[in-house]
Design a protein around this ligand. Structure first.
Ligand SMILES: Nc1nc2c(c(=O)[nH]1)N[C@H]1C(S)=C(S)[C@@H](COP(=O)(O)OP(=O)(O)OC[C@H]3O[C@@H](n4cnc5c(=O)[nH]c(N)nc54)[C@H](O)[C@@H]3O)O[C@H]1N2
Ligand SMILES: Nc1nc2c(c(=O)[nH]1)N[C@H]1C(S)=C(S)[C@@H](COP(=O)(O)OP(=O)(O)OC[C@H]3O[C@@H](n4cnc5c(=O)[nH]c(N)nc54)[C@H](O)[C@@H]3O)O[C@H]1N2
Ligand code: SF4
Ligand SMILES: [Mo]
Length: 727
């Protein structure tokens, strides 16, 4: 028996925990958090332990597969890499040659951000196609943060991070880091960091329509009616200004314009729309301003609502006006060893340089809102999408009106996916190309070191050699670029082709080596000597030098955001009357500690225990509808209808119901969704592609729905999404 120890990194969420693996005779026998990791300090959650289950998962694809037949009759046959790559190149090139470059639609899913190879080579591949029909999970996620970062700080990646280890007042809107482990804030070991915050006398104040795991460890929690945060936050900003509590840094402009623009957002007004008491709004604002280091933070619950950009703007304003911007104990900008904003790896961002063909929606950073995906496939005419390539994603479960998007995928001329599973999306692909997974590839995190609560750097060599006849994602991307490029009739210039080739010929690890040298904060040599990670110190003030705005100043009142306040005002009468008509409820999502967006639902380790797919509903809402706890209910929105079980939950704000996202698995012949605890329906069969933020981000939160009880017998009409339910 031979036993070795190897270091690894978990790529299943933004906390990027360092792990220690024990490997006995080639099999992982234990996974623990690495105490020596300067960022994650030994933290691990149940998902980290499941990393080895993904590696050995019999459901996971290890060779390319080609589909014959459709739907329940689909048959998947393994084929060789050469044949598979050529088939994909043929299919993509044909759509482009027969139509034009926009005939190719691309969807980029979340796991790309967690793979070094996808970051270094995926974007090169996408760029090489030059299609305008690019979509990603970003527009059901964080585009408002990036849009506001671009407008105020001059770069889409200049995102301030709460200095959680030194703050004395952490104000949280619409985030649940106790379950999510933090987002746009890489904060491994959040539970202990909050414990320390409270131990030093600090406060954590949470605004959320659900009394979440995070709300439960907070010093104070307030229910807030979904999608009304913009008004509450602006009332707080207004209070800072009118009570002369505003002490912004010298490098800001337009305080007076801001004061005028939001003068009508008073605490009383906010109270009438949000259900948060006006005196609570005033008191919290004063406490925030008086605290010795305070940080406002808002995440998914804010960015995925109709006024997500106004919300993120207001969060920035709270930090700026209270003097907590770029301050120890407030919010600070990490200084990563590879700074993609500084070295130009990622551009500053742009908005509305072109628009979508059908709905005339502005692009952001070269991407169209994913809520426009389906109509671009379904609407005939020049520029119609005929072929789709998905890279590590599952938009059928993760984007609004996913059920109809699934129908659109089924009607494509050609579809290919780079993915490790047959899922609700990739089931429509003609060919699936599966790359290696986390334990088989080198990793340096190009994304999350930029958003981290401490400056660290870490390079993790692959734990296992890749199997013979396996490909890394970057190798797949390289081959797809070369093979498709060779088949596309409209030829690029020789120099363009050569530089593309050159950029894609370097391995991700070599690129990291070069980028580290460019950044001069550490080196590959040092990182290899310290695989546990190198500590580059606490976050520190770096502004205004790091602003990417032309004049190195911050506009407190960017025109597009001020203009959007009118849309907010127009929406208010509706919100004041309860947003919805009599009997209507509003739907929000939720994340669980052991879920990973729409996947890992076939892993026994992460799905055992009590079922967690239920609709959560306040007992008073159940009583007023005569629905009993545990009953089957039908939930209906403008877009669709799903049927599932309801659970009575005091933790829900009255009038608000919650379903988790990423559920509703329906791929015949896989274990996905069959494991105990994960049946359920897809919340995105209810969310509405017409509900958008000004940035184009989907408003997933606050969807008006009705809920009715169903007879005890399952209804005769069994919706698609339930076909694989085992309960
Ligand atoms: N209603 C509602 N909808 C939501 C959300 C919500 O809160 N509410 N959250 C949104 C958010 S924040 C996000 S990020 C999106 C996520 O949406 P997506 O990115 O579309 O979906 P994921 O569930 O992350 O699916 C990722 C797929 O990638 C595959 N995969 C995993 N690892 C790898 C890998 O290493 N390489 C490759 N090639 N494939 C891999 C798996 O098969 C998995 O099915 O969902 C969004 N949708
Ligand atoms: N365990 C686990 N961890 C994850 C993921 C996962 O799927 N599982 N996904 C990862 C990804 S891709 C992301 S983007 C992050 C997201 O990280 P978070 O944003 O921390 O996670 P969410 O659970 O989506 O938190 C959103 C919160 O907003 C609340 N909310 C909903 N609507 C409103 C509203 O209108 N106003 C307010 N104030 N609150 C509202 C919800 O009740 C919820 O508590 O998590 C990451 N980490
Ligand atoms: S918190 Fe859990 S899922 Fe996230 S990186 Fe750490 S071990 Fe992985
Ligand atoms: Mo996300």
């Amino acid at each position: 028996m031979t036993t070795t120890t190897k270091l690894a990194v978990c790529n299943l969420c933004e906390a990027i925990c360092g792990l220690t693996l024990t490997i006995t005779d080639g099999a992982v026998t234990s996974i623990k958090g690495n105490e020596a990791d300067p960022l994650s300090r030994g933290h691990i959650c149940p998902k980290g332990v499941a990393l080895a289950d993904i590696y050995t998962d019999p459901d996971r694809l290890r060779r390319p597969v080609r589909r014959t037949g459709t739907g329940a009759d689909a048959v998947w046959t393994e084929i060789g890499w050469d044949e598979a790559l050529d088939a994909v190149a043929d299919g993509l090139a044909k759509a482009i040659n027969d139509n034009d470059k926009n005939a190719l639609g691309i969807y980029v899913g979340n796991p790309n951000a967690h793979s070094l190879g996808a970051m270094t080579h995926g974007f090169e591949l996408i760029k090489s196609f030059k299609t305008r029909n690019k979509f990603s999970a970003s527009s059901v996620d964080q585009i408002p943060h990036m849009y506001v970062g671009m407008l105020q700080f001059g770069h889409q990646l200049l995102l301030p991070v709460a200095d959680i280890d030194r703050t004395s007042y952490f104000l949280v809107f619409g985030a649940n880091p106790m379950a999510s482990n933090g987002s746009l804030m890489t904060v491994p070991d959040f539970p202990n960091r909050v414990r320390d915050l409270k131990a030093r006398g600090g406060q954590m104040v949470v605004f959320d329509p659900r009394r979440t795991e995070t709300a439960k460890v907070a010093t104070e929690h307030h229910f807030i009616r979904p999608a009304t945060d913009a008004v509450v936050l602006m009332a707080m900003v207004n209070t800072l200004i009118t009570e002369n509590l505003a002490t912004p840094p010298s490098y800001v402009d337009n305080l007076d314009a801001l004061a005028d623009a939001i003068a009508d957002f008073t605490p009383e007004y906010a109270a009438s729309v949000s259900g948060v008491d006006a005196e609570v709004i005033r008191r919290i604002t004063r406490e925030f301003a008086a605290a010795d280091g305070a940080a406002a933070y808002g995440r998914m619950g804010l960015s995925t609502q109709g006024f997500g950009s106004i919300c993120q703007w207001a969060i920035n304003l709270l930090n700026l006006l209270s003097g907590n911007f770029d301050r120890v104990g407030g919010v600070l900008f990490p200084e990563p060893a590879i700074d993609a904003a500084k070295n130009g790896l990622l551009g500053a961002g742009h908005f509305d340089v072109w628009r979508s063909r059908v709905r005339d929606m502005p692009e952001f950073g070269g991407e169209l809102p994913v809520s426009c995906f389906r109509e671009e496939i379904d609407t005939p005419g020049a520029g119609q999408i005929k072929a789709v390539l998905t890279l590590a994603g599952n938009p059928v479960l993760s984007t609004p009106d996913g059920r109809r998007l699934s129908e659109s995928f089924a009607g494509l001329d050609f579809m290919a996916s780079v993915d490790i599973y047959v899922n609700e999306t990739t089931r429509h692909a003609d060919v699936i190309l599966p790359p290696t997974t986390a334990l088989e590839r080198d990793h340096y995190d190009l994304v999350f070191h930029m958003l981290s609560v401490r400056n660290t750097a870490r390079f993790t060599p692959a734990v296992f050699d890749k199997e013979k006849d396996a490909m890394h994602d970057w190798e797949i991307f390289q081959q797809l670029a070369i093979r498709t490029g060779a088949r596309i009739k409209a030829k690029k210039s020789l120099s363009a082709r050569l530089s593309e080739r050159l950029r894609m010929s370097l391995s991700p690890t070599l690129m990291v080596t070069l980028l580290l040298a460019l950044g001069r904060k550490t080196s590959m040599k040092q990182l290899r000597q310290h695989p546990e990670g190198v500590d580059l110190g606490e976050l520190r003030p770096t502004m205004p030098q790091r602003l990417h705005t032309k004049d190195k100043r911050i506009d407190l009142a960017p025109a597009p955001l001020v203009a959007d306040l009118d849309r907010l005002r127009e929406a208010l009468p509706e919100v004041t009357s309860g947003e919805a008509a009599e009997g209507e409820l509003v739907l929000i999502g939720r994340r669980h500690k052991s879920d990973c967006n729409s996947w890992t639902h076939n892993l026994e380790r992460l799905t055992r225990g009590k079922p967690r797919h239920h609709l959560l509903m306040n007992p008073s809402d159940l009583a007023s509808r005569g629905i009993s706890d545990g009953a089957r209910v039908r939930i209906t929105s403008r877009v669709g209808s799903v049927e599932t079980e309801v659970s009575s939950a005091d933790d829900m704000m009255p009038g608000v119901v919650s379903l988790p996202h990423g559920y509703g698995h329906q791929v015949p012949g896989t274990r996905m969704g069959h494991a105990h605890g994960v049946a359920g329906v897809s919340i995105n069969d209810l969310t509405d592609p017409e509900r958008l933020d000004v940035s184009g981000n989907a408003a997933l939160s606050g969807v008006p729905v009705t809920v009715i009880a169903l007879p005890a017998e399952p209804s005769a009409r069994v919706p698609d999404a339930e076909l694989v339910e085992t309960t």
